[in-house]
Design a protein around this ligand. Sequence first.
Ligand code: ATP
Length: 133
Amino acid sequence: MSMLQLEVVTPDKTVVSAQVEMAVCPGVMGEFGVLPHHVSLLSALKIGNLRYTEGGKQHNVFISGGFADVNNKVLTVLAESAELAEDIDTARAQAAKERAEKRLASQADDVDHARAEAALQRAVERLHVAQLR
Ligand code: ATP
């Protein structure tokens, strides 16, 4: 059976390096599936869940947004941060969520709303992906 090589890489580490049957990426225009013979493509990713099937088992990975490159049976995902569902620290994500919510509710002038909104989205999505472990 033809396989897809999946590489999920952040500035710190390689989060996934595996031969997989298929993967589904959180594209900015919606989810898209990648099979071994997919045409070449480059797509921006949003904060979301990257799921893939390896040996018949589904895995879930939180992705903070980034890029997916499909070329010659290799899917490379470059993300600022990424964690396998089982490696997500839910207490940390819950704390990040509460911090971001407080900032968004505050009337203080020095709050960067776009930054707090992005932090909130990451925290909410981490809690979602962690539930899929
Ligand atoms: P926090 O405010 O908790 O740092 P954040 O969304 O700002 O959350 P990021 O900038 O996305 O964090 O990630 C910084 C580093 O910490 C990355 O290496 C990321 O994988 C890791 N990380 C962040 N939150 C978690 C979590 N809940 N569980 C596991 N690793 C995490």
